[in-house]
Design a protein around this ligand. Structure first.
Ligand SMILES: Cc1ncc(COP(=O)(O)O)c(C=O)c1O
Length: 461
């Protein structure tokens, strides 16, 4: 059979680009192959000829050819040359995977956020942060995959932390390290049988979104001044699997769940055999009195407790802790092991160092001072224009207003350059209005300015 004639190749290799010449050569030929410019069966020029044409050493061409052969694009036949293999490069027209996602146009993104999720950052916290990372960097990296439930020493330290601060009597076996509350919630959902879950309304939007994304039907339960209305749960479907609550500081209304409701919720959960998921996102940040012990302190078999570093350090750390029965922890850890969803070792080691060294406690103390001062200011200024607010915890205040006032105040804040969340945005089925003023991300001057604007809008007839 006559040998097919070698086609000349339009290649151009450049030195000094940071890419080795054989890599450039292989990439350009691969590109010709992918575009179908070199047909299956066609012969590549000999390495000697191509090297001479390109003005490079023959070894450059040989290395490039070896790479293409290793990838399966070409085949060298002894004494005959290098040939293009029969790879079908045509692609059938297919619909793209998933629908194209267009980034939402959000004009509010240029505004200063008054959100409930961005905490104040203690400028003196940097030293403790650096100390922790220095300590991590001096350690030897452990080999292999870490424990999917988290570093043992960290879990022991966290068991002590939730015991001291939240009254939960537990051991490291009850603790699982997570990437934050929302991650923990999705792990809990993955570990539960199919069926709907109940959420507070108004409530934490991310919790509802995570459950919906996990194909769970939501049962919206109203909230009053004592917390979630446990009585309405009796109407929930029989296959309800979990109830997501924020007992220490209802998000976003700010109320504390009363002892009466806590007992009723646990009784109902036991009767129905559902899991109570306790989101304890900011209980460290109470400044009027000590928070009530966690619900999980009453019954760790019925309650899965979610703690986070997002409020006391920063959300960027992405670390949290789930405290639950050993069965729940073991079930989730087994699933995480299967999926290689192990928490990152350096991050865990840094949190461990911060906990042991007392850095987290210091951050909590200074944040409490700042938030107490800011919330006092908010309460005083709103009180002066006839709006009594008695929630004094965390880094935001919910101010109930009429629907008309909500629209007016949010619009006035927007004009002044602030994104002030309306209360209605936290509601799924109930109609409640007001604003939820987060004061973590602003400085004192900006907060004064926001309050001037809110006061001005509320004074409008
Ligand atoms: C109610 C509530 N829970 C939890 C979190 C923290 O979530 P994560 O730990 O995933 O950062 C937030 C943050 O804004 C929150 O508002």
């Amino acid at each position: 059979m006559p040998r097919p004639h070698a086609q000349p190749l339009a290649l151009s290799l450049r030195r000094g680009t940071g890419l080795a010449l054989p890599v450039q050569l292989a990439a350009q030929i691969r590109d010709l192959l992918r575009r179908g410019a070199l047909a299956p069966g066609s012969r590549l020029p000999s390495s000697r000829t191509l090297a001479a044409e390109l003005g490079v050493a023959r070894a450059v061409v040989e290395q490039g050819y070896d790479q293409l052969q290793a990838e399966g694009w070409t085949q060298a036949l002894r004494g005959a040359g290098t040939f293009v293999t029969d790879v079908d490069v045509r692609r059938p027209p297919v619909a793209p995977l998933g629908s194209p996602v267009r980034a939402p146009r959000d004009d509010r993104s240029r505004l200063i956020p008054l959100d409930t999720g961005t905490p104040w950052q203690d400028p003196r916290g940097d030293a403790g942060w650096r100390r922790a990372w220095r300590e991590v960097a001096l350690q030897r990296m452990p080999t292999g995959y870490p424990d999917a439930a988290g570093l043992r020493e960290l879990r022991e330290e966290l068991a002590g932390y939730v015991g001291r601060r939240r009254g939960i009597a537990c051991t490291a076996d009850h603790v699982l390290v997570t990437a934050g509350t929302t991650h923990a919630w999705s792990l809990v959902l993955d570990n539960l049988p199919a069926g709907p879950v109940a959420v507070e309304d108004p409530g934490y939007r991310a919790a509802a979104a995570v459950a919906t994304d996990a194909d769970r039907k939501l049962v919206d339960v109203p909230v009053d001044s004592e917390g979630i209305d446990v009585g309405s749960l009796t109407e929930a479907p029989a296959d309800l699997r979990a109830v997501y609550v924020t007992p220490a500081h209802q998000h976003p209304l700010g109320v504390t769940m009363s002892v009466r409701r806590r007992m009723a919720l646990l009784a109902e959960a036991t009767r129905r055999r559902v899991l109570v998921v306790e989101d304890d996102y900011d209980s460290e940040l109470r400044y009027d009195m000590a928070p009530l012990p966690a619900l999980a302190a009453l019954d760790l078999d019925r309650v899965a407790y979610l703690g986070t570093s997002s409020k006391i350090v920063q959300p960027g750390l992405r670390l949290g802790w789930l405290v639950a029965s050993t069965a729940v922890v073991a079930g989730i850890a087994a699933r995480r092991t299967r999926g290689h969803d192990h928490p990152s070792w350096p991050l865990q080691a840094a949190l461990l160092s911060m906990l042991r060294e007392g850095h987290l406690d210091r951050l909590v103390r200074s944040a409490r001072r700042v938030y107490a001062e800011r919330s006092r200011l908010v309460v005083e200024r709103l009180g002066a224009c006839g709006h009594h607010v008695d929630d004094v915890a965390g880094m935001y205040v919910a101010v109930p207003l009429s629907a008309r006032q909500e629209t007016a105040v949010v619009a006035a804040a927007g004009e002044a350059g602030f994104a002030l969340p309306p209360l209605s945005a936290f509601c799924r089925t109930v109609a409640r209005h007001g604003v939820v003023l987060g004061f973590g991300a602003v400085d004192d001057r900006q907060l004064q300015r926001v309050l001037d604007v809110v006061e001005g809008a509320l004074k409008q007839p």
